[in-house]
Design a protein around this ligand. Structure first.
Ligand code: 5GP
Length: 114
């Protein structure tokens, strides 16, 4: 059930997370299974299941998320570079149906990703 995903529970403070940033539109917290020395998830409070569900109505929100991602990268000491990833749907490797950006850094990143 989309309105019952684990990230919504984190947004609603029903389950704990290591929160690094929050405002009225979004929240960022450390990934429970980090794939880099810094691995933070940035999510909107609004439930948008996948990146493919973003619409014109989300224009300002998506811009805000990117501005927050830049500030987070600075705050987290990723001035030497980082990777911002969105996995979309099953073939994109998405496992939690609540739009989220992976902000990862602190090591060299390979390309192509797996
Ligand atoms: P996806 O595969 O959907 O792009 O990414 C989901 C991410 O959420 C994974 O990196 C996974 O480790 C993380 N994750 C899943 N459940 C939890 C949780 O309960 N708490 C936190 N902090 N991260 C989680």
């Amino acid at each position: 059930m989309l309105a019952d995903n684990i990230f919504l529970k984190i947004v609603q403070k029903q389950i704990p997370a290591r929160i690094v940033y929050e405002d009225e539109h979004c929240m960022a917290f450390h990934d429970v299974n980090p794939q880099a020395p810094i691995h933070v998830l940035l999510i909107p409070r609004k439930v948008i299941p996948t990146h493919a569900d973003v619409t014109e109505a989300d224009r300002d929100l998506m811009g805000h998320l990117h501005v927050v991602a830049v500030r987070l990268a600075e705050t987290l000491g990723l001035g030497d570079g980082y990777r911002l990833v969105v996995n979309c749907k099953d073939r994109g490797g998405q496992t939690v149906p609540h739009l989220h950006f992976h902000l990862m850094g602190g090591r060299d990143m390979g390309w192509p990703p797996g």
